[in-house]
Design a protein around this ligand. Structure first.
Ligand code: 3PG
Length: 401
């Protein structure tokens, strides 16, 4: 794989696929993490007098032009952050866009409108890939968060370029996550949470061969507790995953991995802020309540494991984190991650949001910008976006220099 620093960028039209799929709240960007993380690559191209085309998807417009999913707020943010105008092209392909690209001078930037306004993007349509590729001389993929998607801008386009590279963000994500799969310093502790066991089974399997300790919180813990025959009241259990959870626990034991499950919970009648919540022990979970967060004893146990670790990977909240009274367990994990002296890697939107809320974002070693992509990577799956960068350019479209 080639990297951005290997390209001769001067005067070249550089198509930079970023993942600027940022959360919006009434049209305003509510979390700039992905923008910040992409800036080094964008600045590098501009400083080396590349003619920069910035492309991304935003949300899931399903092939429709949805004004509320325009990249306009992102373009405005980028212009300010980069200190150069970053005009928004009305589309990502087409005559007007071509004109704007051709008018672009060295060191100037243009933002292409949401790629997913075209259904062909997600279909990895060859003609659409070609149309995108025809805009540029070079292709840079820095969209780690979308690298698990085989779309036109992440896969189909790549074959049209001899000059193509991974951006700095993608390079760093791959390097940090590869280290977790390689020979991470031990003890290696994984902390997994979130709603569904089914989303995490792949990564659980992969991590079992690597970690010494596995802490499981969030709603997925109830499926594991059920597998152990523990009462969980009305907590969310994935009935069809209970036997897999049981097998996972057996496998962990066979491999000598210590699994730390919640020993107490915050439980409430309803998953709502105004519902009365109380701490309950794992062996005495009332029938009428459901778990909304890990309890304080569990939070202490997780904290202890994290602080002793030399490598930690954390993905997923410990409770219904978006409801403030149910966020303590998740925030405790965020604090422990920040206090850990080892390598700390965090992936997934809620975990990252918790770190931010705790003011500890800068205190961890690496915050992955790809929730789904980082999990698939750690499962050991090949990400289509990475593979496309490594393959030969089978249909290069020669560009006059
Ligand atoms: C993400 O937010 O995980 C990426 O931008 C990919 O988005 P998607 O899940 O809509 O493909």
């Amino acid at each position: 794989m080639r990297f951005l620093r290997d390209l001769e960028l001067r005067g070249r039209r550089v198509f930079l696929r970023a993942d600027l799929n940022v959360p919006l709240d009434r049209g305003r960007i509510s979390d700039r993490t992905r923008i910040e993380a992409t800036l080094p690559s964008l600045r590098f191209v501009l400083q080396r007098s590349g003619r920069l085309l910035i492309a991304s998807h935003l949300g899931r417009p399903d092939g429709e032009r949805r004004p509320e999913l325009s990249l306009r707020p992102v373009a405005e943010d980028l212009a300010e952050a980069l200190g150069v105008p970053a005009e928004l092209a009305p589309d990502c392909i087409g005559e007007t866009t071509e004109r704007l690209v051709n008018a672009l001078g060295p060191g100037q930037a243009l933002v292409l409108e949401n790629l997913r306004f075209h259904a062909e993007e997600e279909k990895n349509d060859p003609e659409f890939s070609k149309a995108l590729a025809s805009l540029a001389d070079q292709y840079v993929n820095d969209a780690f968060g979308a690298a698990h998607r085989a779309h036109a801008s992440t896969v189909g386009m790549a074959r049209h370029f001899r000059e193509r590279a991974a951006g700095f963000l993608l390079e760093r994500e791959v390097s940090v996550l590869s280290d977790l799969l390689g020979a991470p310093a031990e003890p290696f502790v994984a902390v997994l949470g979130g709603a569904k066991v089914s989303d995490k089974l792949g990564v659980l399997q992969s991590l079992l061969g690597r970690v010494q300790v596995l802490c499981i919180g969030g709603a997925m813990a109830y499926t594991f507790l059920r597998a152990e025959g523990k009462p969980v009241g009305r907590s969310r259990v994935e009935a069809d995953q209970v036997s897999l959870a049981r097998e996972t626990l057996r496998e962990a034991e066979a491999r000598g991995v210590r699994v730390v499950l919640p020993t107490d919970h915050l439980a409430a009648e309803r998953p709502q802020a105004e519902a009365q919540a109380r701490i309950v022990g794992a062996d005495a979970f009332p029938e009428n309540l459901l778990g909304v967060d890990i309890g304080p004893k569990t939070a202490d146990a997780f904290r202890h494991e994290i602080e002793q670790a030399r490598t930690v990977f954390w993905n997923g909240p410990m409770g219904i984190f978006e409801i403030e009274p149910f966020s303590r367990g998740t925030l405790a994990v965020a604090d422990a991650m920040a206090a850990c002296g080892g390598t700390t890697v965090v992936g997934g939107g809620d975990s990252v949001a918790a770190l931010r809320r705790a003011g500890k974002l800068a205190a961890v070693s690496h915050v992955s910008t790809g929730g789904g992509a980082s999990l698939e990577f750690l499962e050991g799956r090949e990400l289509p976006g990475l593979r496309a960068l490594e393959e030969e350019a089978t249909e290069p479209m020669e560009k006059a220099r």
